[in-house]
Design a protein around this ligand. Structure first.
Ligand SMILES: C[S@@+](CC[C@H](N)C(=O)[O-])C[C@H]1O[C@@H](n2cnc3c(N)ncnc32)[C@H](O)[C@@H]1O
Length: 379
């Protein structure tokens, strides 16, 4: 078997993000078949994966289903994988990576499944065409994903290659930066659409402000990336990809009517955020300033104010932070009247110190840490 014309496309995401991913997929005109904790499934053509990779802000990987089969042991895995016409899918001079998630008693560790699947691919190619791709762990070119649960296995072509969260603009990491896809999901949860001012005190390395600028510009995050898994396959339609990219770029706005303000008390954070925004091409759209959050200027017209303070798990300690959270409540009351105010935190005990009733609590995960986006309406 070769690559099917249409197949299931599994779009994966981090835990907690699926409702936002589903909305994004629907807004691109796709019908979502099912959604689960870490992804959504649609049915589509292979080239649909180009658009999904380019446009989705909250997705992790876009996987195109090649084959689904009953798999009881590594011998089945090798035999079923070897029936796929890899010589028509992967150029022999490519670099191949296999990643897998396995839950089957015949397999103790997923590295063994990776190895077995990789052997089936390269053995078939060597037999058919006398050549085979190099292989290794770096997810830089052709990536194959295996899911093997009980007696069922699924083999996907990973059309993203590396994870889509790596937009490529965060050249200077700092402290505990938020993943780009999580920042985008948090902004969607805060209903930010670029039509109001956006204020981000405690901006750290600038991820949230940069993602806000991309949303406000209607700029697809994938325009910042130059490498995708699909580009390394034999069926890569370069002409279609280039026209899609051009069309997507043409619909991005050139400037913004509303302000984006990002501040941090640490000048190294503001320097890193400015450099990252420059790499993302949005530096000119964000007003950066070194300042304590409590003196950040909030425009008097409609604004969204969003803070991601430290919450004691990875940085700082809770006792030290109690005063900061109390001061956030004071800042909202004194300087943010008429604004929609949000705090993203992984520490709900500290959040109580804000001293205001949250109108909405949106659950998220930052890695393994359960977090909330708390919404406060300040009248
Ligand atoms: C959890 S980090 C924010 C991470 C950010 N979302 C990112 O993606 O990089 C919290 C930031 O708050 C800043 N901060 C701490 N206390 C502050 C204060 N009183 N005023 C302004 N910024 C402060 C720290 O310097 C740090 O950069």
């Amino acid at each position: 078997m070769n690559i099917p014309d249409t197949s299931k496309i599994l779009v994966t995401c981090a835990k907690g993000i699926a409702p936002f991913l589903e909305e994004e997929i629907k807004s691109l005109g796709f019908r979502v078949g099912s959604t689960h904790e870490t992804g959504a499934v649609i049915t589509g053509k292979f080239t649909d994966t180009y658009k999904l990779n380019l446009e989705l802000r909250t997705a992790y990987n876009v996987l195109f289903l090649l084959k689904e089969f009953e798999c009881n042991n590594p011998t089945d895995l090798y035999a079923e994988t070897g029936e796929i016409e890899w010589e028509n899918i992967i150029p022999a001079d490519e670099y191949l990576t296999v990643v897998s998630q396995t839950e089957n008693p015949s397999i103790k560790n997923s590295m063994f499944a990776n190895q077995k699947l990789k052997d089936a691919v390269v053995d078939r190619m060597t037999k058919r065409i006398g050549k085979r791709p190099d292989s290794g762990p770096e997810r830089k070119n052709v990536v194959i994903n295996l899911y093997w649960k009980d007696r069922n296995a699924w083999i996907y072509l990973n059309t993203s290659g590396g994870k889509l969260a790596d937009r490529g603009y965060r050249k200077i990491p700092l402290g505990a930066p938020m993943q780009e896809t999580l920042a985008a999901a948090v902004l969607l949860a805060a209903k930010y659409d670029g039509k109001s001012h956006f204020v981000n005190p405690m901006c750290g390395s600038g991820t949230i402000a940069i993602e806000a600028a991309l949303i406000a510009l209607d700029k697809a995050p994938g325009l910042l990336r130059s490498n995708y898994g699909f580009m390394h396959l034999k069926n890569f339609d370069k002409i279609y990809w280039q026209s899609l990219r051009k069309e997507t770029l043409a619909k991005s706005k050139k400037g913004l009517d509303q302000k984006i303000i990002a501040t941090d008390i640490d000048n190294r954070a503001v320097e890193a955020a400015t450099a990252n925004a420059r790499t993302a091409g949005v530096e000119h759209l964000i007003e950066f300033k070194v300042s304590d959050f409590s003196v950040t200027n909030v425009p008097s017209e409609k604004s969204i104010v969003l803070l991601n303070p430290e919450y004691g798990e990875r940085m700082g300690t809770s006792t030290k932070l109690e005063g900061t959270y109390k001061a956030i409540g004071d800042f909202f009351k004194q300087k943010c009247k008429g604004s929609a105010c949000y705090v993203f935190t992984g520490n709900l005990e500290l959040a109580k110190k804000i001293g205001l009733r949250a109108e909405r609590r949106v659950p998220f995960y930052n890695g393994d840490i359960e977090c909330r986006l708390l919404e406060y309406d300040i009248f």
